[in-house]
Design a protein around this ligand. Sequence first.
Ligand code: ZN
Length: 324
Amino acid sequence: MTDTPLEAQSSRQPSLDYVLPFRLDGHNIHGRVVQLSDLATQVLTRHDYPEAVNRLLGEALVLVSMLGTMLKFDGRFILQLHGKGAISTLMVDYAPHAEGVGEMRGFAQFDEAAVHEALKQDTSPMGLLGEGSHMAFTVDQGADMERYQGIVPLEGETLAEAALEYFQRSEQIGTSLKLAAAPLLLAGGKVEWRAGGIVVQQTAATGGIDLPPEGDPDYVDEEWNRLKILLETTQDSELLDADIEPQTLAFRLFHEEGVRVFDTRPLRFACPCSRDRVHNMLRGLPEDDQKEMQTQETIEIHCDFCNEQYVFAPHEAFVTSSQD
Ligand SMILES: [Zn+2]
């Protein structure tokens, strides 16, 4: 990664969806600004979800893009919300692609009637998941590698609050973040989505902002508190405005802290499912399952992520096709 002075960042990035990493010089703090427009629209208009579900899924896309681009790995980074309420599952994943583009997708499973009933009671998007829900982060590096998973109770009024709770519990790294997602109504009833966010995080290195002295419960890190308050002043409208470059947003907030921005990390929607992969999966099923499925008129496999439907006739589903 090369350091790029802020002044040099004048031309608009070709990608509509990206993460901008930055550092605050003089502090051990790094951050990210996320802007998603095409990716958010592709994921969220692919399904016919209620707006409140899409808002939560849009924020989850932002959160996963922040975290996924921080990890150095080859594999898939997955966020799952396990709900006990109207929404039962909300899932977003991120996979780095060879060309340096992060590929993302997401879906939600919910009880439509329960969602509408809850929304009548002014339930917040997070409230749709219900009491006793959980949040899980998984790093999946493939079949031969160990899966890392962290699971925490889902706490907070918003997904950003829930994520902060996760950082406090599991990583104990000072973190502050904002997430936003909203539909954009265009002429002719067309809808696009915008999602965005900003995060700052302390790094464990020495110098800059002091780590709390051990055994002092009253220690207050004034510098860190001041930066968190600055971040809190960000408006959703700023995070969602595709005309505000992320560099501008970072500079607007932290110009006095010596903002240094790095190369942006482009993102795009992609789902790796295909008819061949589904076919392979079917042929790998236990024999009993295959026999049972062969009694069906057609075998239909649905990809929750991209909404693609794969239909097989029973006689073709379990045999090796001529192209294989
Ligand atoms: Zn798919």
